[in-house]
Design a binder for this molecule. Structure first.
Ligand SMILES: Cc1cc2nc3c(=O)[nH]c(=O)nc-3n(C[C@H](O)[C@H](O)[C@H](O)COP(=O)(O)O)c2cc1C
Length: 196
């Protein structure tokens, strides 16, 4: 194998390098509610699970000075919901990535049904098979991005993705983001044993 190497910016834009090499990325479809009561919904693929005890998840909006609606709402209300994106929701998820004025809701603009949350104010996406209600755990500025950590305080799981009471990856067809407008689903699955 011949390796070409160098500093990170020698392979085109840093965004292109990082967002192509770190793939597929989970997509957190984040719902928030502004202090004025407007429900916001947007996808964030700089997203992952951080801790299990306590259960903490993260997502990272780009732009720490000129905040997008989602981080602005989280900063002001300290609450959000992470809705899991599955194959049948991809088109709707993509539609909610359009930039809307802060006073307009992607739920209404795209025609997405809300369902009430239990512990937090923002609604969840009714059709999402898994939705995690979160309270802000920490807010860390990282260069031009913000790392938002949320403690999961309540979880909704649709019975259709359960087997023996546990979430079943064979039933939950999550979608990950690849580079640009490309995505991967979990249809092409294989298993491999961990070394002992
Ligand atoms: C699949 C997907 C993943 C995205 N991931 C991110 C991300 O991780 N960070 C980010 O800042 N923007 C990301 N975006 C762009 C935001 O969704 C977009 O800027 C959106 O308008 C933000 O909405 P808001 O202002 O309502 O929060 C992503 C878009 C798509 C389609």
């Amino acid at each position: 194998m011949t390796t070409t190497d160098g500093p990170p910016d020698s392979f085109g834009s840093l965004y292109r390098l990082l967002s192509t090499a770190v793939t597929p990325r989970p997509i957190g479809w984040i719902s928030t509610t502004s202090p004025a009561g407007v429900d916001n919904l947007a996808p964030y693929s700089f997203c992952n699970v951080v801790a299990v005890d306590p259960p903490v998840v993260m997502f990272a909006p780009v732009g720490s000075r000129d905040l997008k609606d989602t981080p602005r709402n989280v900063r002001e209300t300290e609450q959000f919901v992470v809705n899991t994106v599955t194959r049948e929701l991809v088109e709707q998820m993509n539609a909610t990535s359009a930039t809307l004025p802060a006073g307009e809701s992607e739920f209404d603009q795209v025609g997405i049904e809300r369902a009430g949350s239990v512990e937090v104010e923002p609604p969840r996406v009714a059709a999402a098979n898994v939705a995690m209600e979160c309270e802000l755990y920490d807010w860390i500025e990282v260069g031009g991005s913000v790392l938002i950590l949320g403690e999961v305080v309540h979880v909704h799981v649709d019975e259709s993705v359960l087997t023996d009471g546990k979430v079943d990856i064979d039933k939950l067809e999550t979608v990950g983001r690849l580079a640009g407008s490309q995505y991967a689903s979990t249809v092409d699955r294989f298993s491999i044993d961990r070394p002992s």
